[in-house]
Design a protein around this ligand. Structure first.
Ligand code: M6R
Length: 612
């Protein structure tokens, strides 16, 4: 799971490649490297982030019309300089960047060792470039043939760019189960893991398909072929020029910026989909397939991490409003059972990036099983979007912070609209109730803005608890996934161990963890569960837990049993998870900052998890 950016043409490739790597850091940021061809090969690679590589290269020779860059998320071998890409072959002649996993690297490596090859790194990727050289030398092959033959022996996934430094008029690229996009310019070709770093330079792109290889020449011409050497006709897509805003503006981190963007990002997601004059929810992807949504036996929602949490909230909403059976599955588990998908089933894939490998694999399985697949993604043109029967975009703009915030509130907003839409089609809601929710939905951006006023309060709560190594989050109903999301946010950016539980489950085990050192966040904004939540808080207080209650303004809550009470604006119960998640985002941000953590790029993580 890594980012690849490459250039071949007439210009100096390095500036485009380093710029592209910065945009691809969401795919990994533990080491980075570039190879530049200018008569001879220059290779620079370094543990750390792309800007550290850039500083390292500063004042070195960077001109050259072929440049291959890589930003890494370690799978095989710790993050260090020698495991960083690009990797070179035994002779130093062939250089390669790789995203993916060569599953049979052990067997290939043992074979190469018997042939006298030595290894500089612990990576599976170095094995592949060496294996390509073995083919080249043994059978006196061109690079194209050596790559093709070597890949025929490989088990696993790859997106690769390979250069033979003794024949530097072309590069060979290949793709299997990892994305690779070609940007077709005038006398030049760009190569990247997604279209965003390319779209600044050209809008004509080719999304390579699994099994595709290509030879790209330095005059901008190219041929695409498969592993059997059959010619593949290129399919050119026009993408929009990216207008993503990478500026931090007045914020100290992308995470904080994205939290504070939520009034506008939720507005961008919901406004085009609400026709308030007629109280209609406008989702063409559902309107165009009305019969499928009206007659669905079951909807299965798949996703990972935060997107899975949004799916859990979607389950509450769709079941209660639209009377349709919903199951929510971890995408990573879905294909390792025998999921029952029948005719008339819908599978909804939720993914901010649209590139998560587990979600993509589950989606492909759903397609194979004949389900109608519908994806909710943020990144336009992403792989998951392209593999779905229908797609609705979140439209919240690029999310850069690894911790998902504005994508989550948009996912839940969109799921709320989907639930309302299906309910309308099936006639499962009273018109008065339906209109009331639609009207309050349109107020969400204003309510989110008010909810953000809890920021100073959450800072204060964080200053009381940031040194504690554990935290618990409790909720009932649709606030249970909010509790899970609160716990995930806290652990991923502050490294505090945190658990989310349905409040009533606490007494079945987790209550044993409660003592005076345990902050417990109680999400009690759903009035229908309030009295039960108050009892749960009493149980925590009796065991000396530190209680932080999140409630709605105007809700009657016995203040004396809580250590902190955070009040957020009142809204319809089905909309309250969107608001109640926001103070928890703020808490994680403040706790992580107080602990000196990098909130945008936490350790061991990547924004987009593109390996299974
Ligand atoms: O891009 P996706 O929504 O498919 O990503 C899924 C998860 O990897 C992601 O939500 C992850 O859990 C976030 N880091 C959570 O903040």
């Amino acid at each position: 799971m890594c980012g690849i950016m490459g250039y071949i043409g007439r210009k100096d490739g390095y500036p485009m490649v380093i710029d592209g790597l910065k945009k691809l850091e969401y795919r990994g940021y533990d080491s980075a490297g570039v190879a530049i061809m200018n008569g001879t090969l220059s290779l620079y690679k370094k543990q750390g982030k792309v800007n550290q590589l850039e500083q390292y290269i500063h004042n070195q020779k960077t001109n050259g019309n072929i440049a291959l860059g890589h930003t890494r998320w370690a799978t095989h071998g710790v993050p260090n300089d020698s495991n960083a890409h690009p990797h070179t072959s035994e002779s130093g002649r062939i250089v390669m960047v790789h995203n993916g996993i060569i599953e049979n690297y052990g067997a290939l490596k043992s074979f190469l060792v018997t042939k006298g090859f030595t290894f500089q790194s612990d990576t599976d990727s170095e094995v592949l470039v060496q294996y390509i050289e073995w083919y080249q030398i043994t059978y006196k092959l061109t690079l194209k043939e050596a790559v093709r033959r070597a890949l025929g022996d490989v088990d696993g996934s790859y997106a690769i760019v390979v250069l033979d430094s003794l024949n530097p008029d072309s590069v060979i690229v290949a793709k299997q189960d990892n994305p690779l996009v070609l940007g077709i310019g005038v006398d030049e070709i760009y190569i990247a893991s997604d279209a965003s770093p390319i779209s600044t330079y050209t809008q004509e792109v080719i999304y390579l398909q699994d099994g595709d290889c290509a030879q790209l020449f330095d005059d901008g011409t190219y041929t695409i072929f498969d592993l059997e050497n059959n010619t593949v006709e290129p399919s050119i897509t026009t993408v929009k020029c990216s207008n993503d805003n990478y500026s931090l503006e007045e914020y100290d981190s992308y995470m904080l910026k994205e939290i504070f963007q939520q009034p506008e990002s939720v507005k961008a997601c919901i406004s085009p989909r609400i026709d308030l004059d007629n109280y209609e929810i406008v989702i063409p992807e559902i309107d165009n397939h009305k019969r499928i949504f009206a007659n669905a036996n079951k909807i299965t929602i798949i996703g990972c991490g935060t997107s899975w949490h949004a799916g859990l909230i979607g389950e509450y909403l769709i079941e209660s409003l639209a009377d349709t059976c919903v199951e929510v599955e971890y995408a990573s588990e879905f294909r390792y059972r025998s999921p029952i998908i029948r005719e008339n089933d819908i599978v909804i894939a939720i993914s901010q990036s649209g590139e998560t490998a587990d979600t993509l694999a589950a989606l492909k399985l759903a397609n194979e099983k004949g389900a109608f697949t519908y994806s909710l993604v943020n990144t336009e043109g992403s792989t998951i979007a392209r593999h779905s029967d229908a797609v609705s975009y979140l439209s919240v703009g690029i999310e850069i912070g690894v911790a998902s915030t504005k994508a989550f509130t948009a996912q839940v907003s969109l799921l709320t609209m989907i639930a309302l839409k299906i309910a309308r089609i099936k006639g499962t809601m009273e018109t008065k109730e339906y209109k009331s929710i639609v009207s309050q939905l349109s107020e969400l951006p204003t309510l989110i803005k008010k909810t953000l006023e809890t920021n100073s309060m959450m800072h204060e709560v964080a200053s009381c608890h940031y040194e504690k190594d554990h935290a618990m989050f409790l909720g009932r109903g649709a606030n249970f996934p909010v509790a899970l999301e609160g716990a995930l946010k806290l652990k991923e950016i502050s490294y505090i161990h945190a658990e989310g539980y349905p409040a009533a489950e606490m007494k079945h085990g987790p209550i044993a963890l409660i003592d005076e050192k345990m902050p417990v966040f109680v999400v009690a904004t759903n009035t229908s569960a309030l009295s039960k939540m108050i009892s749960n808080v009493q149980e925590i207080k009796s065991r000396k837990g530190q209680v932080i209650v999140l409630k709605e303004e105007g809700q009657d809550f016995p203040e004396e049993i809580a250590d902190h009470i955070i009040s957020i604006p009142q809204t319809h119960e089905v909309l309250s998870p969107i608001l109640s998640s926001i103070p928890l985002q703020l808490y994680s941000y403040h706790a992580a900052k107080m602990r000196g953590c990098n909130v945008d790029q936490p350790r061991n993580l990547a924004k987009s998890v593109t390996v299974e």
